[in-house]
Design a protein around this ligand. Sequence first.
Ligand SMILES: [Zn+2]
Ligand SMILES: [Zn+2]
Length: 649
Amino acid sequence: MITITFPDKTQKQFDSNVTGLNIAQTISEGLMRATLAIKFNNRLMDATLPLVEDGTIQIITFEDPEGVEIFRHSSAHLLAHAVARLFPDAKPTIGPVVDQGFYYDFDNLPITPDDFPKIEEEMKKIVKEGLPVERKQYSTKTAALEKFKDNAYKIEMIEELGEETSAYQQGDFIDLCRGPHVPNTKVLKAFKLIKIAGAYWRGDAQNKQLTRVYGISFPDKKELKKYLIKLEETLKNDHNKLGKELGLFVVSPLVGQGLPLFTPKGTRIIKKLQRWVEDIEESYGYQQTMTPYMAKSDLYKVSGHWDHYRDGMFLVDGSGDEMALRPMTCPFQFQIYNAHKTSYRDLPVRLSETSTLFRNESSGEMHGTIRVRQFTISEAHLICRMDQVKEEFQGVVNLIEKIMGTLGLDDYWFRFSKGDRSNKKKYIDNDKAWDESEAALKEILDEIGKPYEVAEGEAAFYGPKLDIQMKNVFGKEDTIITVQIDFALPEMFNMRYTDKDNSEKHPIVIHRTSIGCYERTFAMLVEKYGGKFPLWLNPNQVKVLPITDRHRDYAFSVKEKLVEKRIYVDVDDRNESIKKKVRDAQLEKYNYMLVVGDKEEESQTVNIRARNNEVLGTKSIGELTTMLMEEIGEKRLPPELLVQTERDN
Ligand SMILES: [Zn+2]
Ligand SMILES: [Zn+2]
């Protein structure tokens, strides 16, 4: 007999060799059916294994995070099993669990999503067969190698594992695995294959490309259905999809990956943002600069980019000069600062630039306009005295909060990113500078009093930073704005000012962006608004809809008057019903539709309808322009967004 202790501390005697499933059954049949694995003496294990000693038990179900993981990973085995039956030449490699489900990577599996129904059918069959999932332990490496001799990937993994190798068998399928697994295929009731992607073995582009099949699974069909509805909603707002549908940007294989091209409509959005940010910056005392896109390697050698960041730079053949496209603007603006002598009275100097930068990201990381190889940021450097750092930093945080608030991007948080000083290759070797700047930044953050998280090893190579973090529609976290305090570069570039006592000193530099990279912020906004931009940012502001051909001239005269006020107006003069015109304009997400017919032409008015179907009635052109200019001037957020925010709260 053995003594089993339950989480509520009660104890029960069982025969030796009892399994987790048997124990669950003594509590209830329902619990037994829901059992995915157990935690025995705090160790996760299969619920089918015999227990031979006293211990504590916790029954793991889908309610537990570990249960979700075991369930989804078992679903990956189920997928591999079905693929092995249908495509005997495919080689399964690995099948881990990810945030949103699971995937399995296969070599030699030339399929498309059209094959999903067939694979899902086979998966259903395996579930119905109710195959027990059994653990196999190999006592020697040779035995495991023999079993998996037909699969080079598994052989590679066994070689790395050493002598302790296990596998899991369900019917005619066996896979190398540490486990644990669900007791039987029959629990894997509801699943769906989601998408296919290419992936390299071990994530290394030097290796062969594999077929990655993503899936999702739940213990019951209702949960799955709920998830799929939510997923569809999310995908609808993906900037990559929506941006293309609304004609905001295109990609061209001739131009290259990570190099999106903005259409006139997409460009309207970006330019509006840029002009606005430049204006605010001026009001905050910044001065704009224009500096070259490339420089000799000498400049990057001083800045440290040549030693710490060369892999991320595009080198350019400068006929004799070794050159590179710029990955950041600081070293350029520092030359402007250094061109003149500066007194302590002249500080702070705030230099800003709407700056295009180039970074050689690996192509696996590209996504729409989020991971790109050329991008534009509002980049600034505040050059100041030590006694000004706090105030300048506070000013930067104020500026960022103003910008984010205006855009309605209020779901961001602060992250304090520190350097990993043991990594001399990634970070400059200057303990004093790290100590001072990290201490200063911590003090400032604590004083500002906003909550922040700390991230080790996420700093820039020359100093710690404050990151503004946000999640995209897929829940993936991204840094969108950074602010850094830098004691190192001013010394490296020999930047100086003359202090009160006539001594020469190095200033401190705060590097900062204020809206982040325009391409990424654009993506965030497309997703946030679901394409329904506020009037001031919308490239599709107003559409005039003549009821018949007869009203065409009047429609264009309305357009002309609005264009004078720099409002973006289109006229839908197609030979279509007014109902269809309204519907199409709504799909294109125009803020306002102006219907014009006999009555309107006669009274020189328009009949206004908002994007959300609200009928605003008849107004004169004068009244209309006043209304539009007011909304644009206030940068009012769209009513749809406000409704959504209320619902979320
Ligand atoms: Zn497994
Ligand atoms: Zn900088």
